[in-house]
Design a binder for this molecule. Sequence first.
Ligand code: SF4
Length: 298
Amino acid sequence: MFDAGITYEGTVYRPPSEAHSLILQATIGCSYNRCTYCAMYQDKRFRQRSLDELRADMDSVVATGGARAVRRVFLADGDALIMRTPRLLEILGDLKDHFPAFERASVYASPQSLLTKSVEEIAALKQAGLTVYYAGPETGHPQVMQDIAKGVTPEQFVEGARRVVDAGAKLSVIFLLGIGGTDLSHEHAVASAEWCNAVEPRFVSTLTLTPVPGTPICDRIDRGELVLPGPRGILAELRTFIEHLDLRGAIFRGNHASNQLPIGGSLPKDKQSLLSLLDAYIADESLPLRPPQSPHSL
Ligand code: SF4
């Protein structure tokens, strides 16, 4: 991450694939901030930063000699896409003005923010450089999505996410293994695959739910209302998810630190080899899994 000269407000999160991007806090916190498993922005009151503040950050990077190193920019925090389109276009224009090597920007996309944008707006934003959207449906199952308080139905989330795909921008989506508990493990996996099939994202990732103390989902687990699958149960859930995926051209990543069996590949090309690997690990409990390494981050 480039941070030359920029003072960030609170903890800043970004997708793993944005490790080499300049992080620009276009907004602080998350305007929704109600998902029951998410602790990322609990300590922040949501606000949009002014264009003057953002230009000051860009000027700081320029002043420290880092301007030519900025090719990619991640617009933080939790859902900068909630900003109105003209304002986003202005920020993207400022990025081009400040950084001669600027190639593209990316952003987290909550369903609420996606549904504020038309296909035409997303296409205009893409034209201006906002080309990658990271969304976290976490599940495609209606009951599970309601339980984790995403604030929309799977169908509404499909509608918002499809706008990104239809506008020709890149969509990366995340699903959380274990989030339906043992009761809805199979249904969560099937419905999540069907959600993907309806949206056709370019990138699909799976993380394993790692409950964060103090979150509502952690309280449900402590009360025994949600029982998480064990490591082999998680692999069986992942197998069901991949089995039901029917994507024409996607990259699957299951190598997040929270996953005890790091796997990945291209779909549909590698589907059978992924399933065979999972079958081997599900059948033979003596095959070693790595310990979970870090809490969930979107
Ligand atoms: S998961 Fe995303 S939309 Fe939900 S509260 Fe966290 S940052 Fe906001």
